[in-house]
Structure formats: C-alpha cells, structure tokens
Design a protein around this ligand. Structure first.
Ligand code: OSB
Ligand code: MG
Length: 368
C-alpha cells in the first residue's frame, strides 16, 4: 500500500460534563484526527493529547506542526506491506508519540479493513468481550462524588477509578469504600504527590484498593519503587511508561505491579503490543487507559484491549459518558455486565460520521 495523502482535522467537541484531574479541568476537547489515504481507501487515527501540556508535553498545536512538517514528509509516497512498517519510518522523531500513534494506528485500521479482518483479530487479540471500568473526575463535594459512583455502578461498570490529589484522597476513597465495601476501587493521582507523602499514602492501604495509579512524578520510575516498598496497595504506572524498556525497568526495580497502556502515550499499536508483551513477561497485568477520546480513539482502545494480558478492566467506556453525539456509527455501548463487545466488522468496526465530522471541524488540511 502506498500512502498518497494525509488529511489532518481538528474537531471541537464539548464534553457532556467537565472532567477534572489533579492537573486541571477540561470542558471542551480539541481533537486532532488523521486520515491516511492509501490505495483508494482511507484509515483514521486520533491524536490523544490534552489541550494543554499538563498530562504530557504534546498539544493539538504541537501535533499539527509535527504531523505537517515532520511526519508527512517521512511517510508520504512511501509503500508499506504491513502497518508495523510505519513506526520505523518515524523512528528518528524524539517524543511526539501521540502524533506518531495517530498515523500508525490509522494505517493499522486501514490494513485490517483491506485484509477483511476486524482490527482486534488483525492485532492478535483473543478476547471478544472486554471488561470495562470508569474514571471519575474530581467532584466539588462528597455527595457529588458518591452520586457519580452510584450512577456508574448502576450502568454495570466493573471497576471505579476516582481522581485524587492532596486534600482530596482519604475522604472520597474512604466514603466510597464505606458505602460499597466490595467494589473494585482505585485512585489516580496524575503525579500529584512526592515521596514526602509516603506515610500519608500508606493510609490508603486501609481501603483495599486494586491499585494506586501514578502517585509520583510523570517522568519517574525509580522513586515509585521506593514508594512501592512502603505500601501494600499495588502501584500502577501511567505517565512514566513510554515503551517496552520502561516496563522492563519497572519490573526490574519493582516500581509497580500493574501497567496502564495508552496507545498514544506509547506511540501506537506496535509499541503498545511490545509494552503488553514486556509486562506479560514480567508478570504484570495491564489495562487500557483512556484520554477522553472521540469514537475514533475509543474504537482503537477496544481493539487493543482484546490482547491476552489485558486482564483488568480498562478506562474504555460508552460514547455517551463523554459525548452527546459521537463521531462514529454505531456509537460505543456497554453491556449491563460492564463489558464492550469487540465488533466483528472488518477494520475498526465503526464508520466515521463524515457529515458530523465536517460540522465539528475547526480546520482541515490535506498533505500530499
Ligand atoms: O490519567 O488516566 C488518566 C483523562 C485525561 C488524562 C489522563 C487520564 C484521564 C482519565 C480518563 O483518567 C480516562 C477516560 O475515561 O478516557
Ligand atoms: Mg492515569
């Protein structure tokens, strides 16, 4: 297949409800989509960065510049027989993993569709039904926090994750645990603590959490190992894991016991598979993280979650939790058991809604 053109678009999509983490609040998403045109067909990918460089360094503006000025010249007019050949074409780029992932993932989706296979099978997935959890943002008070948990449990989700930060940790987690003693519960700090908080974080051991996600610095593995030795609660790394070597390091140091895999953060499906394999070899289960994706990214997360070591519920949820109207048809739905069925259709299994996409598009450019 020869890559004939790349179409870049930025969509403006308001969230159903604002989402707050330790690093800030998001109400309106700026979603950069990449359409890869090859052999008279096209595949779609999503740049999963935040609007501002608070989760990682990438933003929609850096993604646009790198896609147009650096990635397009590297991949345009190039032939590939398998989408695993895309990552090597972009190997010289340092960072910008989410921009690279959007192009690589679009190629995977296109190649799977051309091969007449569902993307998840094409990737080597083995599980048709994936277990799902939810990530609940920081709420203004405990009543709102408990009400949000109650709603998601009623919808069937198998695991509750709440965002925490200093001053908003023991109270929400304690209140949830007292009300629901048996549920699978975890906290995600998005790097809001330091090692000086170790004693405080050890108090979370009383709540029987499945895990505590990324308590320390976004670029740290070593000090998480020191913290893990002082906690019973398993740690999970998100921000710190960019490729399989980071997992090998985390395993060697004992920095965590679980890995969150995000397609964008690790640079696409090839790297995500390598991260998955490294975690499996090290004895760590993995789960698929989310970045408030539109349906395009959501569909890719579903496919990834079918790989065998994705044994824990991921942050992969129904379109309706975030969007009044998603940009794919059909939208993603969750079963009453809190699972999502991977589609049997060729490719991602969802069709981009071009009319809606055009209406939401703030800018568009096609590179040849
Ligand atoms: O740390 O997992 C995270 C959202 C934005 C940035 C970082 C994170 C998150 C989430 C939401 O937790 C996951 C989702 O439902 O998409
Ligand atoms: Mg996280």
């Amino acid at each position: 297949m020869k890559i004939e053109a790349l179409t870049l678009r930025e969509l403006r999509m308001p969230l159903v409800t604002p989402f707050e983490t330790s690093f800030g609040k998001t109400a309106n998403r700026r979603i950069v989509l990449v359409e890869v045109h090859a052999d008279g067909a096209s595949g779609w990918g999503e740049v999963t960065c935040g609007e501002l460089p608070f989760y990682s360094a990438e933003t929609p503006d850096t993604a646009r510049a790198i896609l147009a000025n650096v990635i397009a010249p590297m991949v345009l007019q190039r032939d590939f027989s398998h989408p695993s050949e895309l990552a090597p074409m972009m190997r010289r780029i340092r960072g910008h993993a989410m921009a690279r992932a959007a192009v690589e993932n679009a190629a995977w989706e296109l190649a799977a569709r051309q091969a007449g296979q569902p993307l998840w099978r094409f990737l080597g997935g083995t599980r048709r039904e994936i277990p799902c959890g939810v990530s609940i943002g920081i709420k203004p008070n405990l009543d709102a926090q408990l009400a949000a948990v109650e709603k998601e449990l009623a919808a069937g989700y198998q695991r509750i994750k709440v965002k925490i930060k200093p001053g908003w940790d023991l109270d929400p987690l304690g209140a949830i645990r007292r009300r629901w003693p048996e549920i699978r519960l975890m906290g995600d700090a998005n790097s809001a603590y330091t090692l000086a908080d170790a004693q405080h974080l050890a108090r979370l051991d009383d709540f029987g959490l499945m895990m505590l996600e990324q308590p320390l610095w976004h670029d740290d593995i070593y000090f998480h190992a020191q913290l893990q030795r002082r906690l019973q609660t398993p740690l999970c790394l998100d921000e710190s894991i960019h490729h399989a070597r980071d997992v090998e390091q985390a395993v060697a140091l004992g920095a965590c016991r679980i890995i969150n895999v995000k397609l964008g953060r690790v640079g696409g499906f090839s790297s995500a598979r390598a991260v998955h394999d490294a975690a499996q070899s090290g004895g760590f289960p993995v789960w698929c993280g989310g970045m408030l994706e539109s349906g395009i990214g959501r569909a890719h997360n579903i496919a990834l979650s079918t790989l065998p070591n994705f044994t824990l519920p991921g942050d992969v949820t129904a379109s309706r939790r975030y969007w009044h109207e998603d940009i794919i048809d059909p939208e993603v739905t969750v079963t009453p058991q809190g699972t999502i069925m991977a589609p049997e259709l060729p490719g991602a299994g969802f069709t981009p809604r071009l009319d809606l996409i055009h209406r939401l598009t703030a800018w568009e450019e096609t590179l040849r």
